[in-house]
Ligand binder design. Structure first.
Ligand code: XMP
Length: 528
């Protein structure tokens, strides 16, 4: 296990993921965790992440007292990245100053000719130049005793340091970012040659271990319930649990009237035909839409939908209890690792902000009075790892590669009252044309998420020589790593011209189509 101590960098999760991509298990905990939380995990190496702080501020987060002694005495190599390196230097008696020249973005570094002996770079890298990703204001100006400079930026600042005898290392740049062209080689060299870890973390083993854990947790006469949303996480979680406990798993899929075009039919047929998962489908569209009638406030809409889900879920559990003669004991949640990492929040950055900006909810959120125990079989995995696990479990690609779809469904894509006119129906048709065009153009897998939005405004148009006063819809397509930040996707002009023509020709009630080209931030992905 390689432990990453988080100091609030936007790249911290990426470090953990890069290490896992090298088949080494990596976990991330807050950089201010107590020493026992670190030593209990018995890490083979510790990486100190970057972060937005300066070591000079009072609020600068730090590893616990005694950590470096623990690392040295137990032969645990420590690699500080950016802020992590500055912290290491300062704590060991070196000097970090506010840099004269701040370095941001791509930069060239020169690796010392004798760096091969330092342990941080392999012999191939020694004496060469590398392009790296820098993002720092402060810089190291005096090294602690025992350290050497093993690379400098072309501007002359310290880019990499090593104290091979204590196995303490530092990189001022971010090897985890793809712009650092040899970053992966550096991490690989550090892990395998310096730390001596073995590449033995495989998804097949994760699967077997999970099945063992689930079987140990769920007694042979106990039952488990799971709300399937049709998304990747809940589908993979349910398939995994089903493999472990068979038909003692009871899945429910709720049609809340806010699904996409033919979604209920498509999802149900895949569950039954491809996954052989028994699923109860509940049509609750009337129930949801009647509660949403006249509600315009986005937060209120989300809260109502969350509450209705819980009520339906509660009824489902109750019905099962009648049928089975006993209460289901467990509830499956498709929680992922990024949701459980307890991070050092960067001051004012709003990094783990989405929960405060919008009240997200997962289908099957926690009905407290149901007293169900939780099974979260994916809680140590990142999204891409869930996809790998899903493919081992034979979950079809059509599921694994689906774009994310929010729990509140089309309610956050019809601005204002979702029940007004035929907004939902118009949106379904526009969305279907847009997504199908993206698929036909072979772009679906290059786009992280794409969808249409219905605006509660009308504009004047002319169709077939007639004046029209019809609706405006918006197309949004983004690229992203994890939905926390996003860029808009750049379609070529012909694609857009064709899509707009198809929409206006086929969807009654739409005479104007816009494209949303705002990134996140400042916008969010969804419009509500
Ligand atoms: P935002 O709009 O917050 O969206 O930038 C980021 C990602 O999260 C999805 N999203 C949700 N997913 N329940 C979910 O399961 C929700 O309430 C929810 N709201 C937004 C959104 O589609 C995007 O992928």
């Amino acid at each position: 296990l390689v432990l990453v101590l988080d100091y609030g960098s936007q790249y911290t999760h990426l470090i953990t993921r890069r290490i896992r991509q090298l088949s080494v298990l990596s976990l991330c905990i807050s950089g201010t965790s107590p020493l026992s939380s670190i030593s209990d995990l018995r890490p083979r190496a510790v990486v100190l992440s970057g972060g937005p702080h300066s070591v000079h501020t009072d609020a600068a987060p730090s590893f616990p007292d005694g950590f470096l002694r623990y690392a040295e005495e137990n032969g645990v190599p420590v690699l500080g990245i950016c802020y992590g390196m500055q912290l290491l230097v300062q704590k060991l008696g070196g000097v970090v100053a506010v840099g004269e020249k701040q370095e941001y973005g791509k930069m060239e570094i020169a690796v010392a000719a004798d760096a091969g002996g330092s342990g941080l770079y392999g012999p191939d890298a020694a004496g060469g130049h590398q392009t790296v990703w820098m993002s720092h204001g402060d810089e190291v100006v005096r090294l602690p005793e025992g350290f050497n400079v093993v690379a400098r930026s072309v501007q002359g600042s310290v880019a990499a340091i090593a104290d091979p005898s204590r196995k303490f290392y530092g990189l001022q740049y971010h090897p985890e970012v793809t712009h650092s062209t040899q970053g992966m080689e550096t991490l690989q060299h550090f892990l395998f040659d310096v730390c001596g870890v073995t590449a033995d973390w495989k998804m097949q083993d994760v699967l077997e271990e999970e099945i063992r854990v689930i079987n140990g947790m769920v007694g042979s006469d106990e039952h488990v319930i799971c709300a399937l949303s049709g998304g990747v996480d809940s589908t993979v979680a349910a398939t995994l649990i089903h493999k472990a406990i068979g038909d003692r798993l009871h899945c429910v899929f709720v049609d809340n009237g806010l699904l996409r075009y033919k979604e209920r039919e498509r999802v149900m047929s895949t569950f039954e035909r491809d996954l052989h998962l028994p699923v109860t489908c509940i049509d609750a569209s009337e129930q949801f839409l009647s509660k949403l009638k006249g509600v315009k406030d986005p937060e209120m809409k989300r809260k109502i939908i969350g509450r209705e889900f819980i009520a339906i879920f509660d009824d489902f559990a109750h019905e099962l209890e009648q049928k089975l003669g006993k209460r289901p004991t467990f509830l499956v949640q498709g929680t992922l690792y990024p949701d459980v990492i307890e991070s050092c929040p960067p001051p004012g950055s709003g990094r783990t902000h989405s929960h405060t900006i919008k009240s997200h909810h997962n289908v099957g959120g926690l009905p407290k009075d149901m007293k169900l125990k939780l099974i979260e079989p994916l809680k140590l995995l990142f999204k891409d790892e869930v996809r790998t696990l899903g493919s081992i479990l034979n979950v079809p690609d059509s599921f694994l590669k689906r774009h994310p779809f929010p729990g509140p469904g089309l309610a956050v894509r019809v601005l204002g009252d979702v029940t007004e006119g035929n907004a939902l129906e118009i949106l379904r048709q526009v969305d279907e044309i847009f997504i199908q065009s993206i698929r036909d153009a072979g772009l679906y897998d290059s786009i992280w998420q794409a969808f249409a939005v219905f605006l509660p405004v009308q504009s004047v148009g002319v169709q077939g020589d007639q004046r029209t006063h019809s609706h405006v819809v918006v197309l949004r397509a983004i690229t992203s790593e994890d939905g926390m930040t996003a860029d808009w996707y750049y379609f070529d002009q012909k694609f857009l011209v064709d899509v707009v023509r198809k929409i206006c020709n086929n969807v009654r009630g739409v005479n104007r189509v816009c494209q949303d080209i705002t990134s996140k931030p400042p916008a969010t992905v969804e419009w509500e």
